[in-house]
Design a protein around this ligand. Structure first.
Ligand code: ADP
Length: 551
């Protein structure tokens, strides 16, 4: 008898008899080409025209792109920039660029132009793909990006606008000489595949460099029963932009599972989205709360019920109780809240409907659905106090939320230092509770929590309650300086109608929140400032209202 350890020694370095895993995300589109060739990918193009392609065509064109990139001289591990909307061409780039071994570097075109310049230079982009509508933005800054050799505009030759961009060419011309029978190369273990920068509300944006392995694992986990709740017959509307944390993994998850994708391009308003939802029988929609707020209002004003949609997955900021209720009561749509961040690929927790939830009253259900959910297998969560000691998972204790796992950032791109502690835990910058059942609830972002006389007030909880008032469309709570209590909450409100009655709002809050949480004042605004990923820019508001309670 040969013992296992001597057998392993005989095998050399190999510890088992299983086959090695050749990691390349392009294996997903190869698979979809063979197994789900006819599954549709629908795009609202910039012209407004709705066009349909399928996974087979996307795969073949991605190969043409991969080979065209090779001919251009793009080398493995070089970052190729993109300022692109959700369209079929962006899907092709996701596979063509990463598949040939380069890095799909998605750039958020809503960032300040100076930040776009910083990101392009930091990532050393030689080649940039862009929608024709973003040509003016890049024309204005191209002199500050000396490393960029060529710009490829995401359109056909006849759609090319007049442009001063260096060596500009249309996407269709660029891939024309590519080879449809190109084979994806074998890549190094842990090869990089995608690069996404945080929005950098303070300081420069930081890059998170995803690997083929982390992306594939993330897509598998997202497809699992505790993942994103995908069903075989779904038609997925991907409102979440493909520049925001790799489109929450959907460009990989959908073809991996042979699920139809509906891509809204530029059309993010209520009219455009409802048209697409109805026409393409969308069953599952992904996006941030601010987009859904617009859609829900549009539907209300126009008496529209979203008949085909069964579920919507919302993340990026806390989903208010009132939104969960409105989706259910007015559209019979179940809200699945998800939590994650650029540094977590992003999927980390999800709040999926369980059999136990069926037994709850509507009010209990909506309350439970305001929680950010349970972790998906692969990620671990814990909460700690300021000294780093772990806090109990009793649903009461709150502290800094730490996370670790194979699709969690270890070190920011080009940083010398790790972003994790000695045990691999990454500090999310969020303050949370975890309850005995494993549900994680975000209390606040550490920088948004209000510190009143040494006690903490959760701006998220206050917003949640305020948003339930029928005359409030959107509520935002910030901490502002106070002579006695250091900081006190200020409620900023976008009214739903002409009524701007502070007393009525104060009496609505009475009894729903602790007395000392009551905001010191209410300010009515026409709109709230939004950041590049659709989140309310609390930093700007804090700055603007910092002396509101002092003067
Ligand atoms: P940005 O670049 O806009 O900051 P991220 O997606 O990386 O983009 O932001 C991550 C942060 O967004 C999280 O740390 C958390 O504070 C917040 N967030 C994401 N999802 C939720 C959610 N479901 N509820 C509350 N906050 C959320």
């Amino acid at each position: 008898m040969v013992s296992l350890s001597s057998y392993i020694k005989k095998l050399g370095e190999k510890m088992s008899n299983m086959q090695p895993w050749k990691q390349n995300v392009a294996s997903i589109i190869d698979f979809a080409e063979k197994i789900f060739p006819d599954v549709e990918v629908v795009t609202r193009e910039l012209s407004g025209k709705i066009s349909t392609t399928n996974y087979k065509n996307i795969s073949l064109r991605a190969k043409k792109l991969g080979s065209a990139l090779e001919k251009f001289g793009i080398e493995k591990e070089q970052c190729v920039g993109s300022l692109a909307l959700n369209t079929f061409r962006n899907m092709e780039m996701y596979y063509g660029i990463s598949g040939m071994g380069a890095v799909m570097h998605t750039i958020n075109f809503r960032l300040h132009p100076e930040q776009v310049v910083y990101i392009i230079n930091h990532a050393e982009n030689r080649l940039i793909f862009l929608e024709p509508v973003f040509a003016p933005l890049l024309e204005a800054v191209q002199d500050k990006c000396p490393m960029v050799e060529k710009f490829v505009l995401l359109c056909a030759k006849e759609e090319m606008p007049e442009t001063k961009l260096k060596d500009a060419v249309s996407y269709e011309e660029f891939i024309e000489n590519g080879d449809e029978s190109y084979t994806w190369p074998e890549l190094e273990e842990d090869a990089p595949c995608g690069l996404c920068y945080t929005s950098g509300t303070t300081g420069n944006p930081k890059g998170v460099l995803y690997s083929h392995k982390s992306t594939l694992l993330h897509a598998w986990a997202g497809s699992s029963a505790n993942g994103l709740g995908l069903q075989k017959n779904d038609s997925i509307l991907m409102v979440v932009p493909m520049f925001h944390v790799m489109g929450w993994g959907l460009p990989y998850l959908a073809p991996m599972n042979g699920i139809k994708l509906v891509l809204p391009g530029m059309g993010m308003d209520g009219a455009a989205l409802t048209e697409l939802i109805e026409k393409e029988s969308v069953t599952l929609a992904f996006g941030v709360p601010t987009i859904w707020l617009g859609l829900l209002n549009y539907c209300k004003e126009n008496n529209i019920k979203l008949e085909s949609v069964k579920q919507t997955i919302i993340g990026g900021s806390a989903v208010p109780y009132s939104m969960i209720k409105q989706f259910d009561e007015e559209h019979d749509i179940n809200v699945i809240q998800g939590w994650g961040m650029t540094e977590t690929s992003p999927l980390a927790t999800a709040n999926l409907k369980t059999p136990a939830m069926e037994k709850l009253s509507k009010d209990e259900l909506y309350k439970l659905q305001t929680k950010q959910g349970k972790p998906i297998y692969g990620v671990e969560l814990k909460i700690v106090d300021d000294e780093g000691s772990e806090l109990p998972n009793d649903g009461e204790a709150f502290g800094r939320l730490l996370i670790r796992g194979p699709w969690i950032n270890k070190r920011y791109y080009k940083f010398e230092e790790d972003a994790v502690d000695a045990d691999g835990w990454f500090d999310t910058g969020d303050i949370s509770t975890i309850d005995p059942e494993g549900y994680m609830t975000i209390v606040d972002r550490a920088k948004d929590v209000i510190k009143s006389g040494g006690e903490w007030i959760s701006s998220v909880d206050l917003e949640n309650v305020a948003q339930g008032h029928p005359d409030i469309m959107q509520a935002c709570v910030i901490g502002v300086a106070h002579p006695k209590w250091d900081e006190r909450p200020l409620l900023l409100v976008v009214p739903a109608n002409d009524k701007k009655d502070k007393d009525d709002i104060f009496s609505y809050l009475d009894g729903k929140i602790a007395k000392w949480w009551k905001p010191d004042d209410i300010v009515f605004l026409d709109e709230l400032p939004l950041g590049a990923t659709g989140k309310v820019l609390k930093v700007n508001l804090r700055d603007q209202y910092k002396d509101h309670l002092i003067s």
